[in-house]
Design a binder for this molecule. Structure first.
Ligand code: DUT
Ligand code: MG
Length: 155
């Protein structure tokens, strides 16, 4: 269990509450669309193919060594083709701006996101940092340079 400091950004609707895991085993905590007052009534409508950075009203301070992944919700993806364009979105531990969800409508009908809708889920994950070191040759493996379907599909 990790504790994450959360701040509502100026103008956000605090009544929407903080993300929380909906069940004991839920990996994600749902993120809600939290529009500024002027956009609250209309929300945002995404025509097929359109995308938008939807505000969550939240800024976070993740502990060093952790990231927040912004992932789609399967129900919205299945029913409407609404998904996260950059899934999984990455919120860095040193980011202090508003967390936004980059939604894209891959469906064939317009989708309206209303104020308060649960549009994505945040998964908190550990981060392994690396240093990259140049070498002249890499160790040999059975796979070698084969990739991108080299092992086939059937069988
Ligand atoms: O779905 C997302 C993805 C990113 N961010 C914020 C937090 C993250 O720390 C920052 C930068 O994200 P990323 O590194 O994915 O974007 P970039 O295009 O590489 O921008 P930058 O040059 O600022 O790193 O944007 C979000 O709010 N939602
Ligand atoms: Mg970046």
């Amino acid at each position: 269990m990790v504790t994450i400091a959360v701040r509502f950004v100026d103008g956000a609707d605090r009544a929407l509450g903080l993300p929380r895991h909906a069940s004991a085993g839920a990996a994600g905590a749902d993120l809600r669309a939290n529009f500024a007052a002027a956009d609250r009534a209309a929300g945002v409508t995404l025509v097929p193919g359109a995308r938008a950075a939807v505000p969550t009203g939240l800024a976070v301070a993740l502990p060093e060594g952790w990231e927040m992944q912004v992932r789609p919700r399967s129900g919205l993806a299945l029913r409407h083709g609404l998904t996260v364009a950059n899934a999984p979105g990455t919120v860095d531990s040193d980011y202090r701006g508003e967390v936004k969800v980059i939604l894209v409508n891959l469906g064939d009908a317009p989708v309206t996101v209303a104020h308060g809708d649960r549009i994505a889920q945040a998964v908190i994950a550990p981060v392994t940092r690396a240093s990259f070191e140049e070498v002249d040759a890499l160790d040999e493996t059975v796979r070698g340079t084969g990739g991108f379907g080299s092992t086939g599909v059937s069988g």
